[in-house]
Design a protein around this ligand. Structure first.
Ligand SMILES: Cc1cc2nc3c(=O)[nH]c(=O)nc-3n(C[C@H](O)[C@H](O)[C@H](O)COP(=O)(O)OP(=O)(O)OC[C@H]3O[C@@H](n4cnc5c(N)ncnc54)[C@H](O)[C@@H]3O)c2cc1C
Ligand code: SF4
Length: 527
């Protein structure tokens, strides 16, 4: 039977906020909400089980909460027999069935999805109104105006502009504490005794809805990577608020100092674990930053911790979104260093002798989580030094993390981590040898390699590949003043040593890359 409604509000899996712009003039008497679970969103890049579970469970909880307040929700379950498998297919079905006069949505987080929904609306000659996403502090237009004034865009200046605009951690027009940025105080390691007793992370036992999704994911996506046994992510707004409260009370005071530190087997450390809740929009970034700023005002957390945290949410999160939307779709194709190697298969299993990589990958597959430095300076750094094609690195990051949505994942991967945009986003490639990992963690202690050695049986692959990267890209890097110190150190190596390093690097590449190409791997081979 067909029904006819006034407006159908399209809600995607990462738009789970009832204060969204798409709902501003929602009239439950005449309007309805449309949500669809579809296979394509878990398979267009192979998604890990944790990621699929967090999205589907949060969507079902959100739909239930809307029904509770009396709103009509047209909801497609992924295992319904007539599910078309794609957002476009499901939307076409809903248009035929409900014949809405107009479609409204908040701007989506992925360029591909926007194009596909626009195409359906155009085909069926129904108006699709796409509204600004007011979840963010800034609009893409704000970022565009900021960028247009500059030869080069940098996080620091956009961040300052947003501090001034919001008044966060400001004393009039001066930054509280006299400095905009306490980054230099955010690089502590745990020392040889390790982190000691850490506060427990906030995890949530699966309720009936989540248990049902876990069962579904284990059957339907059985061959997708990772495990969902330890699932404990917030999937409702009230859980996300509890997670925020716990972070501010128990971990924020140490967040700044240990932001970059790693420790074998310790997954959660002093990080917030709020990215999935923020990106699904269970939390608003304003309430998150306000809670952190209040902890400083109350004397509960030091300024360097609070500023360090606010810089991530108010600064980086808004900055990468601006980069994504002002540079898509071309951004996806960038490959400034012409890297073409395949992503090693062990990224999907964690089976490698390199302790740091094994630890970061295994926890990623088990929990859908790794903190920033693990992503940037372990898994990302190795892919960069090995010369992996950026698009393959991108599809891995987009598939494996519970917080992965393309607007935030792609600039972080392609720009910050792989330098594939040639310096649009970051002022220099984030490259370092194994000694950096040794300084920031205890991984090297239990590793068969030695971070101080670049050649020979015990040579650390990171160290070998680091020198080889500097050597191979010297001409380009020499144009970047921020790389001069690293190149100066390269020049201290003898020609003979450089040759041995090049041989060792090519032997290492051959040993890793003779494994099957990731893109040719069937998801069935993940288990
Ligand atoms: C290669 C690579 C891929 C990444 N992919 C994603 C992704 O798909 N989704 C995602 O949300 N973040 C991504 N990040 C950024 C960052 O690593 C994660 O936001 C962070 O690790 C999430 O853990 P947390 O919530 O404990 O963060 P915390 O360390 O507690 O930081 C607080 C919050 O700040 C924000 N934040 C921190 N760093 C960044 C950043 N660089 N860009 C944008 N926001 C940031 C997040 O919302 C995070 O929750 C990526 C980073 C790299 C290097
Ligand atoms: S020695 Fe090298 S490969 Fe091993 S843990 Fe240290 S940095 Fe990683």
């Amino acid at each position: 039977m067909t029904t006819s409604i006034r407006r159908m509000i399209l809600v995607l899996g990462d738009q789970l906020n009832v204060d969204a712009s798409a709902f501003l003039d929602f009239d439950p008497q005449q309007d309805a909400v449309w949500m669809a679970e579809v296979d394509e969103e878990s398979t267009h890049v192979v998604s890990a089980k944790q990621r699929i579970t967090v999205f589907l469970s949060a969507m079902r909880h959100f739909a239930a909460s809307l029904r509770e307040i009396g709103w009509q929700v047209f909801y497609s379950e992924i295992d319904a027999v007539d599910n078309q498998g794609s957002l476009a297919g499901e939307l076409e079905k809903a248009l035929a069935l409900h014949q809405p006069k107009k479609l409204i949505m908040t701007a989506p987080g992925e360029w591909r999805v926007l194009q596909s929904l626009r195409a359906v609306a155009a085909k069926h000659q129904v108006v699709l109104e796409v509204r600004d996403d007011i979840h963010f502090f800034s609009t893409v237009r704000d970022f565009g105006v900021h960028a247009a004034k500059r030869k080069q865009i940098r996080l620091e200046y956009f961040y300052r502009e947003l501090r001034l605009k919001t008044g966060l951690l400001m004393d009039g027009n001066k930054p509280i504490g006299g400095k905009w940025n306490f980054d230099a105080d955010n690089r502590g390691s745990f020392g040889k005794n390790g982190p000691g007793e850490l506060p427990s992370p906030t995890r949530f036992a699966p309720d009936q809805i989540t248990k049902e999704i876990i069962r579904l994911v284990q059957q339907r996506f059985a061959h997708h990577p990772g495990s969902v046994d330890s699932f404990g992510w917030p999937v409702t707004r009230s859980q996300a608020l509890m997670a925020l409260k716990d972070f501010v009370a128990n971990r924020l005071p140490y967040f700044g100092l240990y932001q970059d530190a790693m420790w074998e087997g310790d997954v959660w450390l002093y990080h917030s674990h709020l990215s999935s809740s923020l990106n699904l929009k269970l939390l608003n970034p304003r309430e998150v930053c306000d809670a952190a700023a209040k902890a400083y005002e109350d004397g509960h957390a030091p300024l360097e911790a609070v500023e360090g945290f606010v810089r991530q949410v108010l600064g980086w999160r808004e900055y990468v979104r601006g980069i994504y939307w002002t540079h898509m779709p071309n951004y996806l194709e960038l490959n400034s260093t012409k890297a073409h190697a395949a992503l090693p298969h062990f990224y999907w299993t964690g089976q490698t002798d390199m302790s740091c990589l094994r630890d970061a990958i295994v926890q990623t597959l088990n929990h859908g989580y790794a903190h920033h430095i693990q992503r940037l300076m372990v898994t990302g750094l190795y892919a960069l030094l090995l010369g992996v094609e950026p698009k393959q690195v991108h599809t891995w990051y987009l598939g494996v993390y519970v917080d992965a949505v393309e607007w935030v994942e792609l600039p972080n991967t392609l720009g910050m981590s792989q330098f594939a945009d040639g310096g649009l986003m970051a002022s220099k490639p984030y490259v370092a040898s194994g000694k950096y990992i040794d300084r920031m963690s205890n991984h090297c202690k239990g590793c068969k390699f030695n971070p101080a050695e670049s050649t020979g049986d015990k040579a650390c692959p990171f160290t070998t590949l680091y020198w080889d990267y500097l050597h191979t890209h010297t001409d380009t890097l020499a144009k970047n003043p921020r790389m001069l110190m690293q190149l100066k150190n390269l020049n201290r190596l003898s020609d003979e040593n450089k040759l041995l390093i090049a041989e060792q690097a090519s032997k290492h590449r051959a040993s890793v890359l003779k494994l099957p190409r990731t893109e040719a791997i069937n998801p069935k081979s993940f288990s």
